[in-house]
Design a protein around this ligand. Sequence first.
Ligand code: GLV
Length: 326
Amino acid sequence: MAKPKVYVTRKIPETGLEILRAQCDITVYPEALPVPRAELLQEIKDVDGVLTLLTEKVDAEFLDHAPRVKVVSNMAVGFDNIDVKECTRRGIPVGNTPEVLTDTTADMAFTLLLSAARHVGSASRYVLAGKWKTWEPLGFLGYDIHGATLGIIGLGRIGAAVARRARGFNMNILYYDAFPRRDLEPELGLRLVSVDEILAQSDFITVHTPMTPETYHMIGEAQLRKMKPNAVIVNTARGGIIDPKALYKALKEGWIAAAGLDVTEPEPIPMDDPLLTLDNCLIVPHIASASFTTRSEMSAMAARNVLAGIHGERLPTCVNPEVYQK
Ligand code: GLV
């Protein structure tokens, strides 16, 4: 019997590819940049499963071009690149890769928080530019992390992992989530407050919500104006959660002190984006889950979702379980 066909939209860690190869005929798009849309639509025309990345839009057009596809497996925890409703309507389960990247992503949120507060990016550029002439009593003064107030917007798995790290820095931790996590409050020493209280009281704010129509630009001009002038904002979730034009104004005009961004809107950030001109805006290229171990585990998880889908079994991590109620 012919093996099921699977299209993988980019090179991913071997761990995942090996799991797929054992049972499937796989085609991997070999280039470094995302597969051009026309080529993608051509490649998926007779596949049984697809392993996608957050750079691919999986919408009705995509699904129309993949009439045999039984599973869409995204190698990411976020899935805002996928029209999940449309997949469900067509009876196609969608997989993601939660849990395995939680701590690695929280590590990056904390890295950005520390680095933005202590000017690590701009100070490093200063050294590279040959500007380090002496020890400066007034040079690169930043903000203390220990003892400061951290506001976490969205207390899911990653938000909670950030809180665990913040405890080690003796931070005072506030959080907001539409689904309060009273169970975690004693263990993590958290206090539930409104978003407005987070904005007004926090020295550091980190966002950990999925991107949905409700969270799109939830941090805009009005919210940034409510923050403290020493506030540092961190985003490892999705770029669209913070309005980039408002953020530029806030950083330029000193309404807040600094930003640390793993994600931008759009991605990649255009080289003429004014945020790139600011010393108090530290930007890294969407690498929060990028550790050897985590990316390898993500690839394995995504591969196992593909196999389950093509065998008609329930995906180990499925974002639209309602697909099984039909
Ligand atoms: C990365 O952003 C992910 O959603 O896994």
